[in-house]
Design a protein around this ligand. Structure first.
Ligand SMILES: Nc1nc2c(ncn2[C@@H]2O[C@H](COP(=O)(O)OP(=O)(O)OP(=O)(O)O)[C@@H](O)[C@H]2O)c(=O)[nH]1
Ligand SMILES: [Mg+2]
Length: 231
């Protein structure tokens, strides 16, 4: 997939402030500093589109960007930064939780994990939260340029062992580096497949409508792919 236009849309402090749900969205979540904003820029092919920083906890709002005028990338605030950790059992902010649970046009979440680290409790806890709330996601191990591929593979294997019991089918796993652009093609492929699935679903809605089936016209149709998707 080529990205010919990548535009900052808005920064929203909460779900109610997010733009209308007319375009499919793909969101980045993960521990503070894991590389969410950098990965967004890498996929969009536009350095500086989302602001990045070596200081954890930098992204504080739900930042929304429109790609090719037809779909969106969403940069979410990270979890695990002391300020937001407090007593909240899921240890990330309420706006993010609401967005992940209620945004009907959210197609897929890219859940980012630092490939250079052994499984961290906070990431495991978050993945369990995603599973419990049936949020569709893939795992993306970041910053692969910083360690050897043996370390990346060992950390992925260890992570997989720890999460296995929560899933009938493990989530798909990708690796990436914002520095070398490793993984760009694969992750844009995931977006592409998801968009194709949505178009197929919309075509079905039209044909169902033509066949005279009653549609709940006022109810926005969920764009989330069903659980049988390939990832
Ligand atoms: N070497 C390397 N550094 C990276 C990579 N991705 C991000 N970084 C660096 O990691 C730091 C954090 O990156 P961000 O993209 O701001 O991380 P974030 O997850 O958006 O962080 P918060 O907004 O604080 O939650 C920055 O200094 C980036 O330059 C990568 O793939 N390789
Ligand atoms: Mg950020």
């Amino acid at each position: 997939m080529e990205i010919s236009s990548a535009i900052f849309d808005c920064s929203a402090p909460d779900l109610d402030s997010c733009p209308d749900e007319s375009l499919p969205e793909f969101a980045f979540i993960g521990r503070s500093n894991v590389g969410k904003s950098s990965l967004l820029n890498m996929l969009a092919g536009k350095e500086g589109l989302a602001r990045t920083s070596p200081t954890p906890g930098f992204t504080k709002l739900i930042n929304i960007f429109t790609m090719n005028k037809t779909w969106r990338l969403v940069d979410l605030p990270g979890y695990g930064f002391a300020e937001g950790a407090k007593k909240d059992s899921s240890r990330f902010n309420h706006a993010v939780s609401q967005y992940l649970k209620q945004r009907t046009n959210l197609c897929l979440v890219f859940a980012l994990i630092d490939s250079g680290l052994e499984p961290q409790d906070i990431d495991l806890e978050f993945v369990e939260w995603l599973a419990r709330n049936a949020v569709p996601f893939v795992l993306v191990f970041t910053k692969t340029d910083k360690v050897t591929s043996a370390v990346v593979q060992a950390n992925i294997a260890a992570f997989t062992v720890r999460i296995r019991e929560w899933f009938e089918q493990l989530p798909a796993i990708f690796t990436c580096s914002a520095t070398t652009e490793q993984g760009r093609h694969e992750l844009l492929g995931v977006v592409d497949e998801s968009m194709t699935a949505i178009q197929a679903e919309q075509a079905l809605v039209v044909s169902e409508g033509l066949a005279g089936h009653v549609q709940k016209a006022q109810e926005p149709r969920k764009r989330r792919p069903d659980r049988s998707r390939p990832w």
